[in-house]
Design a protein around this ligand. Structure first.
Ligand code: G3I
Length: 302
């Protein structure tokens, strides 16, 4: 196959990208995005600050722009994200306790009702674990509402849209030896054993020299999959875009039957949240980089 999406489809998987509503008028951008990708994650448009700027008043203009572009072009959509400490509207940042807990539940219900039956996946909870080597939860206003906030979010989400696959999504959980990875693993194990509805775990895959692609990433994916959840690489970008690193990540997913797909976090380097790292598969001119060829070859079995 000659595109990432078609090559991934040949293995029963999708290949996606983060898409930004503000770039849908850029034909160079949409030409690449439409040709190469079969899954779309709105980069910012479905986050809490975008979808509920005032409490109880939902706004889906930008989210719908991304959703409609994807649907019109035959692509699936991954919703991102419902409950997160980042990109909260100011009104939510000012809440705590039971008021914030109820606001989170209302937010999940409001956004999921709008997209009910339309989205393949939802990142229900994003980045809830700490980076301090403890393996514990990140301190946040949501965590302060009680340790059960994550399972409440998942139970709320299942009831709101039973057709969406519900995912936990995080970064720096690719290395099996990391305490953060073990913390998330133990949570998922606990959820699956108690029947808390969780269908998938997203490994963001933001790699750089300080957080390189671990040699045991495939082991991590396999161990999570063995809990009975799908796994996916959800926000892949690699500083410098080493073709070897990109191929190794792709092969790690292909080696795990429950690894359902790979999403890169942007189209061209110039579209990246960290464009200075040139971490993506297309350069600013829209030309394919060596990393593109290495991913395509890996997907084609090379
Ligand atoms: O929308 C405003 C715009 O009105 C304003 O004029 C402009 C001025 O700076 O800012 C715009 O907001 C920016 C937003 O992106 C939309 O472009 C924010 O400042 C900026 O902080 C925000 O960055 C996003 C970042 O999440 C914030 O947390 C990145 O685009 C987005 O790629 C990044 O994505 C995250 C994932 O959601 C979760 N995992 C990590 C990943 C990378 O940080």
């Amino acid at each position: 196959a000659t595109t990432l999406g078609a090559a991934a489809a040949g293995t029963g998987r999708y290949f996606g990208a983060a898409i930004s509503s503000g770039k849908l008028g850029d034909s160079a951008y949409t030409t690449i995005a439409n040709r190469e990708f079969t899954m779309v994650t709105p980069e910012n448009e479905m986050k809490w600050d975008a979808t509920e700027p005032s409490q109880g008043q939902f706004s889906f203009t930008a989210g719908d722009q991304v959703y409609n572009w994807a649907a019109q072009n035959g692509k699936q959509v991954r919703g991102h994200t419902l409950a997160w400490h980042g990109q909260q509207p100011g009104w939510a940042q000012g809440l705590g306790g039971s008021a914030l807990r109820q606001a989170m539940i209302n937010h999940i219900n409001g956004v999921m009702a709008h997209y009910k039956g339309k989205l393949a996946y939802w990142d229900v909870v994003n980045e809830a674990f700490a980076d301090d080597g403890s393996g514990g939860r990140r301190q946040s206003n949501l965590q302060a509402t009680g340790n059960d906030w994550i399972e409440v979010a998942f139970r709320t989400a299942r009831a709101a849209d039973p057709n969406a696959k519900l995912c936990y999504n995080d970064y720096n959980i690719e290395n099996w030896s990391a305490a953060k990875t073990q913390g998330v693993y133990n949570m998922v194990k606990d959820f699956t054993s108690r029947g808390v509805p969780i269908d998938c775990v997203g490994f963001q895959g933001h790699f750089n020299s300080g957080n390189p692609v671990p040699g045991n990433f495939q082991t991590t994916l396999q161990n999570f999959a063995a809990l009975g959840v799908d796994v996916a690489i959800t926000e892949l970008d690699i500083a410098g875009a080493s073709p070897t690193d990109y191929a190794n990540v792709t092969k790690a997913c292909l080696a795990v039957s429950r690894c359902v797909g790979i999403t890169v976090w942007g189209v061209r380097d110039t579209d990246s949240w960290r464009s200075g790292d040139t971490p993506l598969l297309f350069d600013g001119n829209g030309s394919k980089k060596p990393a593109y060829t290495s991913v395509l070859d890996a997907l084609n079995g090379g």
